[in-house]
Design a protein around this ligand. Structure first.
Ligand code: NAD
Length: 443
């Protein structure tokens, strides 16, 4: 089977946005298209049974125009350097869009956490971080949690780096740490919390027929980890009915709404949501095509693609995970009148709270949850407003060009619908280009 090239998706997204940028030096776009630095490390780890296995790890810094690299560390058996590079580019755009002083980075190790013991995971993490050496640091590149890594992984990263760099405040080297090690209130649920704020703001700004607010809306969520499970709880608390959820083993559906306490208990006991009594088992693909108001893909990339996008029936797709909708699928959904809230906007709550943690670590401060959520809400609202304003402005421009072409008897422009993905990226790129021009090209 042909390997899906994740970085191609980045290039396509970039290409879609560039046509809306005013007078940009082409070389600057080339600079934003390619990762600044890519590291691949192969390292041995002694397993619990005494054998030795070699693991491959990656760290990519995509861009540092706005500040230190920032991005999660992912553990996944199918992880590739292309995927890490594409996720690093998303981080550059996301940080620019949400306006935090970071560049974009990402990393990870090719491994299946489900088949590894805690001791093995600890040795993999410590060895990986020691291999990266001074390529990460509080003011150069700051990791965070991502798929199949968590607070415990971040604690090992901090501890390893701190042992290698004694005698200074190393807490800002990594975010998403446990509270006792300088983690921030609200970081654990921040991605889902930010996602909720973004959706609420979007629904206030844009009138979607039959979806005026979250109350009584019917939501399906793919993925039941940090982002998906917290999103389920928070959207439910805001009045939504969670009709379906899933994990890597499959999904469950209940027309009248799932009891999330029962889901949590079942997941804890069985390791999966599948099989919860009084629910119907569905596949991950069924979930995406359910007759509901909102679909929230909160797991892996490339889930809604050219082959299943036409069957999506929700009014709104919320990319809580990174790159779950391919560019082709985004175009299909947009043509069908389905709004796609882009990943670089809706899941930016995680990096925003990471930024708050980083600032608290540098200042040796601890903010309250109420302060953090208020600051998070302000930033998410500003970002949604910026994207909606850009979207409306670009659409007016495209409509005016179409009208002019019609009156001039030219061919009307083929691209007549502007989507939210493109609009969000245009906002991010415009900010990045200003920073790069103001800094100047060194030397
Ligand atoms: P996690 O490891 O906590 O949970 C992942 C969930 O996805 C699990 O329930 C797993 O079973 C499920 N899953 C894995 N493969 C799947 C598949 N093929 N089909 C359906 N479900 C599958 O990860 P997370 O931190 O919740 O991250 C989820 C997504 O959100 C990722 O795309 C990540 O990059 C993105 N994200 C995470 C954060 C964060 O703060 N954790 C921030 C921004 C974006």
């Amino acid at each position: 089977m042909e390997k899906f090239d994740e970085y191609q998706v980045i290039k396509e997204r970039l290409k879609g946005a560039i046509e809306y940028l005013d007078q940009t030096r082409p070389g600057l776009i080339d600079f934003l298209a390619a990762p600044k630095k890519s590291i691949v490390v192969n390292f041995p780890v002694q397993m619990d049974d005494g054998s030795v296995r070699v693991f491959q790890g990656y760290r990519v810094v995509h861009n540092r125009a706005n500040g230190p690299g920032k991005g999660g560390i992912r553990y996944h058996p199918q992880l590739s350097s292309q995927e890490v590079a594409s996720l690093a580019a998303l981080m550059t755009w996301k940080c620019a869009l949400i306006n935090v002083p970071f560049g974009g980075a990402k990393g990870g190790v090719c491994c299946d956490t489900k088949s590894l013991s805690q001791n093995e995971l600890r040795r993999i993490t410590r060895r990986f971080i020691s291999e990266l050496g001074d390529d990460i640091g509080p003011h150069t590149d700051v990791p965070a949690p991502d798929l199949y890594t968590n607070e415990r992984t971040m604690a090992w990263i901090y501890d390893t780096y701190d042992i290698m760099h004694p005698g200074r405040n190393n807490r800002p080297v990594v975010t998403g740490k446990p509270i006792d090690l300088g983690g921030s209130e609200g970081r654990r649920a921040a991605t889902a919390q930010g996602c909720l704020y973004a959706v609420q703001r979007f629904l206030q700004r844009i009138a979607i027929p039959g979806l005026a607010a979250l109350e009584d809306s019917r939501i399906a969520i793919q993925g039941y980890g940090n982002v998906g499970a917290n999103a389920a709880r928070l959207f439910h608390q805001s009045g939504a009915v969670i009709v379906a959820i899933s994990d890597s083993q499959g999904g469950i559906f209940c027309k009248t709404g799932l009891n999330l306490d029962e889901v949590d208990k079942h997941k804890r006991q069985q390791g999966t949501v599948v099989g919860l009594p009084e629910t119907m088992s569905i596949t991950n693909n069924d979930l995406l095509q359910l007759d509901c108001d909102i679909v929230i893909p909160a797991a892996t990339s490339n889930q809604i693609h050219a082959d299943n996008a036409a069957a999506v029936r929700a009014k709104l797709v919320v990319e809580a995970g990174n790159a779950p909708v391919t560019p082709e699928a985004n175009a299909i959904l947009t043509r069908k009148g389905i709004y796609v809230l882009p990943d670089i906007l809706v899941n930016a709550g995680g990096v925003t709270a990471s930024y708050f943690e980083w600032v608290q670590n540098i200042e040796n401060e601890q903010w309250t949850l109420a302060e953090i959520n208020q600051k998070l809400k302000n930033r998410m609202n500003h970002a949604v407003d910026a994207v909606v304003a850009k979207w409306q402005m670009l659409q007016e421009k495209v409509d005016a060009a179409g009208e002019k072409a019609k009156s001039d008897n030219d061919d009307p422009a083929t691209n007549t619908i502007v989507d939210l993905h493109t609009s969000a990226l245009v906002v991010a790129l415009e900010r990045l280009l200003i920073t790069i021009e103001e800094r100047g090209i060194w030397p």
